[in-house]
Design a protein around this ligand. Structure first.
Ligand code: GRF
Length: 197
């Protein structure tokens, strides 16, 4: 069984989709929801689904490695960032190298980096006059939105689309693709770790 932790700062619509997708899955389970905000709606989703929750404290997250002990206690093998706004510290990147993915609501390397989240991204896409946008699922490294790209899906941006219209199209792609892409990645990882024995 591969145990997943989802890190999210806000609404958690992607987290919800992922939780639902893996319910009753044969070899992948969502075990823990981690947030940096005690009042994040994603924690209610965790509660409603009977999942373990953890609220991070900034000094402890950046100045200690206590989180690794907690993740270890929950036997977490894989981390999903689904709208998690804090930069991942090096100790966590190293501990989960190739085992931590993020979803970004644009076609990286365009419209990524610090401050590029939520509606800021879609407003920038609109302002730049892009004719397409989409989603990027990528490995996490020490910089915002710079790890290796694993998957992208695209949608058209029409002249009359508002940033909100763009956001809706992108969210549709996220909800459609994120969980199946994770399933594929985790399954590949499981296969490669069996190979090495
Ligand atoms: C998504 O658009 C995702 O791409 C970005 O943060 C947003 C999270 O949305 N990283 P939600 O909380 O899952 O609804």
């Amino acid at each position: 069984m591969t145990n997943i932790a989802i890190f999210a700062s806000g609404r958690g619509s992607n987290a919800k989709k992922i939780i639902e997708y893996f319910k009753g899955h044969q070899h992948i389970q969502v075990k823990l929801i981690v947030s940096n905000k005690a009042n994040a709606p994603v924690l209610e989703i965790a509660q409603a689904n009977g999942l373990e929750k953890l609220v991070l404290n900034r000094p402890s997250f950046y100045q200690t490695q206590d989180l690794l002990t907690t993740l270890n206690n929950f036997k977490i093998d894989f981390i999903i960032l689904a709208g998690f706004l804090w930069l991942i510290p090096p100790y966590l990147v190293q501990a989960f190298r190739k085992k931590m993915v993020n979803i970004h609501p644009a076609l990286l390397p365009k419209f990524g980096g610090k401050g590029m989240y939520g509606m800021h991204v879609h407003e920038a896409v609109k302002l730049a006059g892009e004719t397409e946008t989409g989603i990027t699922i990528h490995l996490v490294n020490e910089q915002y939105d710079e790890g290796a790209v694993l998957f992208q899906a695209r949608c058209a941006v029409n002249e009359q689309d508002s940033p909100l219209d763009i956001a809706k199209k992108v969210q549709r792609l996220e909800h459609l693709h994120f969980a199946p892409v994770i399933e594929k990645l985790v399954t590949q990882l499981e296969a490669s770790s069996t190979d090495s024995f």
